[in-house]
Design a protein around this ligand. Structure first.
Ligand SMILES: Cc1cc2nc3c(=O)[nH]c(=O)nc-3n(C[C@H](O)[C@H](O)[C@H](O)COP(=O)(O)OP(=O)(O)OC[C@H]3O[C@@H](n4cnc5c(N)ncnc54)[C@H](O)[C@@H]3O)c2cc1C
Length: 505
């Protein structure tokens, strides 16, 4: 196991207890929280003008809504524990149990409610039978009869390989591909199963089948029976609470400050206390804020940006990282429509619809009927007013399946008519421009890291490289996997190890 070396011995140096965090998404903010609690003097820089990264908010037709993440996985208690620490325990909510639908090339069916990533736990559930048909269910049932070694060997595996081997093509195409497209904006053939469904392959070895592993994971979370939770008021309130706590604790917060370079500053190195253990020179971080430029210095550096930026910023000091630079994630657009359509009070497609790849006539990959999914939101908008969120863009799709989001598109607002047409098809109720109270398009360019097969092994190497560098920690979705549950747990692990190691020295 890699031993972490760092500059903690410089207790006498004024920079010894100063930590700079680059990136103020949930990873960076949480790193700042845990470092501050451990006694560090913390400074956070984020390039954007607001905090939270992918956990953002926007106002549409007078309603403040999540602009990115709107829920968290409850397979562990990581996010719920954090919410509790921030005084938000009473705000944790579960979505409408009606569940979502999946739009297959032959039409819509309810999405099985007991799955993970669309992989069903109960093959006898009526929705599973409706989605797969008798022959599909028969093939999927072979999962329980085959050896637990199938799909769980050391060889890296895509989500598609695992599902195809154990449950067959119909489960893959009709259940898993739509869910993976909706959640990860990617094709399951390309995604590393250990990144997007951590613990699932180990679960097969433990419980004997993929269905049993899914059932065990579903039962083991903080809220059995529900795969996700949310926060009353929106997921972004987690960021608001985090930022408030950091400011109250005296953490220096600099939004709108893009970090442009990171390097060691030998000029600032403390005098060695022992001849053979010269402490590393402190980190120097150069930032830009409009026309203003500046720099900061600290003995501890946490880089919590997206992967490509982290590797670029650290490339000079740590050239070994460069070959591990991850590919940028897909370009995603979220189109939010606030509409006045009382017929939607009946929630015709439950909490929303995931669209299978290859469905003709619909460009969206998913529609969330937010006012049906979250009771608190419906209460705040009142009857008749609905919030619909449609997402566009996935990685690894055929060009013909992608909405044209290039410069050739006359204006981005073209997506609003597309979203209205898609919503009408997917919900089976006409939603027109005349019904529109407001619309907004949020562009997420490369924000969702793309965990291609082999990603987990590569990221373990990246963590090992970082752990060997004095006073450096790397964290973020590109390392721990997409989603708040993974990001919160991963950041706490990384920062916790760092603090523990420093305390030992
Ligand atoms: C549209 C969308 C919907 C999502 N929905 C969900 C969901 O419902 N549930 C869920 O669990 N997860 C969801 N996710 C994923 C989840 O939001 C992310 O995994 C998580 O928020 C990532 O946090 P992070 O801090 O690692 O990265 P980010 O949130 O990407 O934060 C990185 C930060 O680094 C900053 N930065 C970048 N470069 C620099 C620089 N040079 N200098 C200073 N700062 C810099 C950025 O401005 C950003 O604030 C969603 C993601 C997206 C994009």
């Amino acid at each position: 196991m890699e031993h972490r070396k760092h500059a903690a011995k410089q207790h006498s140096h004024p920079l010894a207890q100063r930590a700079v965090v680059v990136g103020g998404g949930v990873s960076g903010l949480l790193a700042a929280k845990d470092l501050q609690a451990a006694g560090f003097q913390v400074v956070v820089y984020d390039a954007a003008s607001s905090w939270g990264g992918c956990v953002s908010h926007h106002e549409v037709a007078g309603v403040v809504l999540d602009g990115g993440a709107e829920s968290f996985a409850t397979r562990t208690t990581a996010v719920a524990d954090l919410a509790e620490e921030l005084g938000l325990a009473a705000k944790i909510v579960t979505p409408n149990p009606a569940g979502a639908w999946v739009w297959l090339p032959d039409g819509p069916v309810p999405l099985p409610r007991t799955g993970i990533l669309g992989i069903p736990a109960d093959l006898n559930a009526p929705e599973v039978r409706a989605a797969l048909g008798a022959s599909g269910v028969l093939r999927a049932a072979l999962d329980a009869k085959m050896p637990a070694t199938i799909g769980t060997t050391e060889a890296v595996s895509s989500v598609a390989e695992l599902v195809r081997a154990r449950m067959g093509k119909r489960v893959l195409e009709r259940l898993v591909a739509p869910v993976v497209g909706g959640v990860h904006s990617a094709d399951p053939e390309l995604l590393d199963v250990d990144m997007v469904a951590p613990g699932l392959r180990a679960g097969i070895r433990e419980h004997g089948s993929l269905a049993a592993a899914v059932a065990a994971q579903r039962a083991g979370g903080s809220k059995p029976g529900s795969a996700v939770g949310g926060l009353m008021g929106g997921m972004y309130t987690l960021v608001t609470a985090l930022v408030e706590q950091l400011l109250a604790a005296g953490v220096q917060m600099h939004a709108g400050h893009r970090v442009k370079a990171i390097y060691r500053d030998p000029a600032e190195a403390a005098a060695p206390t022992e001849p053979l253990s010269a402490p590393a020179a402190p980190w120097k971080v150069d930032w830009g804020h409009g026309t203003e430029q500046g720099s900061d210095t600290a003995s501890l550096l946490v880089v919590a940006t997206d992967g490509p930026t982290a590797v670029k910023l650290l490339g000079t000091e740590l050239p070994q990282l460069v070959p591990f630079a991850p590919a940028p994630g897909p370009d995603i657009r979220l189109v939010t429509l606030v509409v006045d359509v009382p017929e939607l009070d009946s929630a015709p497609r439950g909490t929303g619809v995931l669209v299978a790849p290859g469905v003709k006539g619909v460009k969206a990959k998913a529609l969330t009927h937010a006012t049906s999914k979250w009771g608190w939101l419906a209460d705040s908008t009142g009857p008749g007013t609905h919030v619909l969120r449609l997402s566009y863009g996935r990685a690894g799709v055929k060009r013909s399946d992608a909405v044209r989001l290039t410069a050739a598109t006359p204006t981005e607002e073209d997506l609003v008519p597309t979203a209205l047409a898609d919503a009408s098809t997917l919900l089976g109720i006409e939603v027109t421009e005349a019904d529109l109270l407001g619309a907004d398009i949020v562009r997420w360019k490369g924000a969702l890291p793309f965990a291609a097969v082999g990603h987990q092994a590569k990221m373990a190497q990246v963590q090992a490289l970082a752990a060997a560098v004095p006073g450096l920690a790397l964290t973020g979705g590109w390392l721990s996997g997409n989603g708040l549950a993974a990001v919160v747990a991963g950041t706490r692990r990384t920062i916790g190890t760092l603090i523990q190691d420093m305390a030992k020295e």
